[in-house]
Design a binder for this molecule. Structure first.
Ligand SMILES: *Cc1c(COP(=O)(O)O)cnc(C)c1O
Length: 416
């Protein structure tokens, strides 16, 4: 991927990039106070305006008047599969490979458990030390439960850690701290080379960069709904099981809705076909309705165009960060190569927490991750190039004015 930007980038050239941005119109699909530069869509995506009317309609019409018949007449029962198919399209998977369910944490548990039960001769999960904590916690819990081992290594040693004992390689494609993006194809091939399966966490990937699960022969994946997919607080997650593994791997939570025919109320469990067998209990229908709106907007925009814009937004932000912030004690932690990063830029600064708080009071919402990372998520559907420019200017102004040294930015409070 090569990125063409004017040599003498200024605010006007950012405005020109916005003027010819093919995704510019999507900004208007989201609720926006018109004043805030919201760069935290990697933590909690904005509210799609259409989700408001959809939720209202679901509540008043479907729940309010159709009531129990909604399970069939309003398609509630099929919604985890239907919206799963939309997510599949977004992440380069096939229909029938993705289910909307639970949280990412629960999806990780279910998939890891299923692999270790299916491959009893292999007793090791390999993952990296900087993985998202829930991925590490779930892996160690699964290892305790099933009596196996988690081999946690530095990123540079991942390939060396794979061997004939490895059942599963578990990685998050885009690192939540730095935005660094793994080479999904190469690492999937490395895991397959030793006969292991691979599980990718796409929480910071889907809706931010283009993903091709089928193309890379990925076995398993999970991801969350409330970040770049804009599904809202409490949005369910999704899980992906490649068609080739659907007979071999079994859902460890054998609930009634994963039964081949739940309404026989049979005493014996007989698993349902394909991804349907990964259903457990009743789906969160209203939340899935909201997520469907967010995923639908992503599909309209197209994953390729979204990924291209993410690469350009991060490039603009990083270029300005180098020009304006290097001299103020910041260090860009996000990789310079566009295909090696997601849609966020992270800046290291020893006073990062106070800076993020002070910058928020100047209308730029980012967040902080210990020990020293200021994170700025540049969600491609509603972030403009001028927002990148203005955000860097405001960060610089905070540090130049010493606003981050004010005592109230330095108090110990819980970090959201
Ligand atoms: C946000 C995130 C999660 C979220 O997990 P939930 O159980 O859905 O809250 C999981 N993994 C990664 C990598 C994340 O960034």
């Amino acid at each position: 991927m090569t990125i063409q930007l004017p040599d003498n980038l200024d605010r006007n050239s950012c405005a020109a990039l916005d003027a010819r941005d093919p995704l510019a119109a999507f900004r208007d699909r989201f609720l926006d106070d018109g004043a805030t530069i919201y760069l935290d869509g990697n933590s909690m995506g904005r509210l799609p305006k259409a989700a408001v009317s959809r939720l209202q309609e679901m509540a008043e019409h479907e729940w309010g008047t159709i009531l129990v018949r909604g399970w069939t007449e309003s398609g509630w029962m099929e919604s985890p599969l239907r919206v799963g198919d939309s997510v599949a399209e977004l992440i380069g998977a096939s229909p029938g490979e993705v289910l909307v369910a639970d949280t990412t944490s629960v999806g990780l548990f279910r998939l890891m458990t299923s692999v270790l039960r299916a491959r009893p001769q292999r007793r090791v999960i390999v993952t990296e030390r900087s993985n998202f904590p829930t991925d590490l916690y779930i892996a160690s819990g699964v290892a305790d439960l099933l009596g196996c081992e988690v081999r946690t290594v530095e990123r540079a040693h991942l390939r060396d850690a794979l061997d004939g004992d490895t059942a599963l390689l578990v990685l998050t494609e885009v690192d939540f701290r730095t935005g660094e993006r793994h080479d999904m194809g190469a690492l999937t091939a490395a895991a397959h080379g030793v006969g292991a399966l691979v599980l990718w966490d796409l929480s910071h990937s889907a809706g931010a960069v283009e993903i091709q699960l089928n193309h890379h022969g990925v076995d398993l994946a999970v991801g969350c709904g409330y970040k770049y997919l804009n599904g809202g607080p409490g949005s369910p997650a999704y899980l992906y099981v490649a068609t080739a593994l659907q007979d071999e791997l079994r859902n460890p939570i054998q609930g009634w809705l994963g039964h081949d025919n739940p309404f026989l109320f049979d005493a014996e469990y007989r698993r349902g076909p394909g991804i349907r067998g990964w259903m457990s209990g009743s789906p969160p229908v209203l939340a899935i309705g909201a997520l469907a709106v967010g995923v639908g907007i992503q599909l309209e925009a197209g994953a390729h165009a979204v990924g291209e814009k993410a690469a350009m937004l991060t490039e603009v932000f990083m270029r300005r960060a180098h020009a304006r912030l290097d001299a103020l004690g910041f260090e860009v932690a996000t990789p310079g190569a566009p295909d090696r990063r997601g849609a966020q830029v992270s800046l290291r600064h020893p006073d990062g927490l106070a800076i993020v708080r002070a910058v928020a009071d100047q209308g730029v919402i980012g967040d902080f991750r210990p020990p020293d990372l200021c994170r700025f998520g540049l969600a491609p559907l509603y972030t403009r190039f001028v927002d990148c420019w203005d955000a860097v200017e405001r960060i610089a102004a905070v540090v130049e004015s010493g606003a981050n040294r004010l005592p109230h930015y330095r108090e110990e409070v819980a970090i959201p």
